[in-house]
Write a protein that binds this ligand. Structure first.
Ligand code: AMP
Ligand code: ZN
Length: 458
């Protein structure tokens, strides 16, 4: 909000409360979304790396999100239901699963709490009541609106003045004629007029209806993280409307600061235009896999641009990231040895670790952090220190480089190794030898390590 790099000063150190605006689950998640969620993941992992305990909450929008910024458009869930010939509930379930299938494929850590808007309508109604008591709400035949003129400093996040908003908002036929100001936004839609057939509806003090989009984030962040949160994240498109509205609703109700630090991600573009569902210029995880790319390699692509810069997607850059990822996997498996360090001792290695921390602490400069990694790998520090630092940095990068060797081993070889372990436990050394020979014939070497084993491809 200050447009300055702020020092992170958590309310309850070392805990950090982090709220992320989640997906609207009416259509396929694409890799544009994944840039935002990967950057959130880098932020979260970096905070954990730096010693904080992060409590991360993310909502899933499954009701109330209309297209357009002025509550005039079509309900996105109903649009998805029509498009795919399913019920809104089935659409929500299907695309929520697709979203998490995608984030899992990119090795994005799931939030501690994922909360659905449709399961928190009661909390939203209570919050609207609180706003009513504080004088921010007016009611029309169609909806309950937040009166932005009553909220001092509306627009403080984007720096946009209300007069500018007047011109920015489109003329729309669907706009409620009783709305006082174009920037006023719906807290609750009544099941009347264009919404008289709306599938999702709940009973409220204002009759049957459904909540507006913005109120869910205020209600759920309050429910799970309290009235003031340390960090709130989302895409930059949320700055001028959604987050401005979240601030107005939350601070209007509590009269307390809502968010200490905002973290906004810039877009992934295609030919200079935002990758989006509406423009149809998007790729999903399935397109990535069809092109024989590992979804995790996209993390390297995203790491190499700063979260506040836009990033243009090309297949060429995606392939370059896959190649870099392959190289890293190879380096990791070559560096891996039996000697695992618990820290680094040489002054050069310590300096690399410090540079890595510095890059993260300076507004999450991931491109710099990646550069430190390559410099470290090219340096003359000993292999064990290189491996230690690579694994250390990978806590933030999340490329899963420690699992590389295990990944290469077929499941049937693991089965043989498990049988051999069992045979050894029963002191059946004949059987254990036979199994060892089988494993070796398949091109692997097995070693006993304590009461377990280690397999290597030879
Ligand atoms: P939505 O499901 O449209 O509400 O989007 C979910 C999140 O993804 C929001 O934080 C958006 O800002 C973000 N997002 C959507 N498209 C892109 C894109 N092309 N690049 C980066 N983030 C995006
Ligand atoms: Zn939100």
């Amino acid at each position: 909000m200050s447009r300055k790099i702020e020092e992170v000063k958590p309310l309850n150190p070392p805990n950090i409360s982090l709220y992320t605006c989640g997906p609207t689950v009416y259509d396929f998640t694409h890799i544009g979304h994944m840039r935002t969620y990967s950057n959130n993941d880098f932020l979260k992992r970096a905070l954990i790396y730096l010693g904080y305990k992060v409590n991360h909450v993310m909502n899933v929008t499954d009701v109330g999100h209309l297209s357009g910024d002025d509550d005039s458009g079509e309900d996105k869930m109903e649009k998805g239901a029509k498009k795919y010939g399913k019920t809104v509930w089935d659409v929500a379930k299907f695309y929520t699963e697709f979203f998490f299938k995608t984030t899992d494929a990119l090795n994005i850590i799931r939030p501690n709490i994922v909360c659905n808007a449709t399961e928190h309508v009661g909390e939203m109604i209570q919050l609207i009541e609180r706003l009513k008591q504080n004088g921010y709400v007016y009611e029309t035949k169609e909806a309950l609106y937040f009166d932005v003129k009553k909220f001092e400093n509306y627009g403080k996040l984007s720096g946009q003045k209300l007069e500018e908003k007047l011109q920015a908002v489109r003329e729309e036929i669907n706009v409620d004629k009783e709305k006082k100001h174009p920037a006023d936004f719906a807290l609750w839609f009544k099941r009347v007029g264009r919404f008289s057939d709306h599938t999702m509806h709940w009973t409220s003090p204002w009759g049957e209806g459904f909540p507006g989009w913005h109120i869910e984030c205020s209600a759920m962040s309050m429910e799970y993280l309290g009235e003031t949160i340390d960090i709130h994240s989302g895409g930059i498109d949320h700055v001028p409307v959604h987050h401005e509205n979240e601030i107005a609703q939350s601070e209007g109700a509590t009269r307390k600061q809502f968010v200490k630090i905002w973290f906004h991600n810039n877009f992934l573009t295609v030919d200079g235009q935002k990758m989006s569902k509406s423009l149809g210029n998007f790729y999903t995880i399935e397109d990535i896999e069809k092109n024989k790319l590992n979804p995790v390699s996209l993390r390297l692509l995203f790491l190499q641009s700063h979260y506040r810069q836009s990033l243009n997607f090309t297949w060429q850059s995606a392939r370059a990231s896959q190649e870099a990822f392959n190289r890293l996997k190879e380096i990791a498996s070559n560096l891996k040895s039996d000697k695992i360090l618990s820290s680094v001792k040489s002054s050069k290695a310590i300096a690399f670790q410090q540079q890595f921390r510095d890059a993260l602490e300076d507004d999450l400069q991931t491109p710099q952090a990646v550069a430190v990694m390559w410099d470290m790998l090219k340096s003359d520090i000993i292999n064990e220190e290189k491996y230690f630092l690579l694994m250390d940095f990978d806590k933030v990068f999340g490329l899963n480089l420690s699992n590389i060797t295990e990944e290469k081993i077929d499941a049937n070889i693991i089965t043989l190794a498990e049988k051999r372990l069992e045979a050894r436990k029963q002191r059946n050394f004949d059987a254990s030898d036979r199994l060892r020979i089988k494993i070796e014939k398949a091109g692997f070497k097995i070693e006993d390590v304590g009461s377990s084993y280690k397999i290597k491809k030879v």
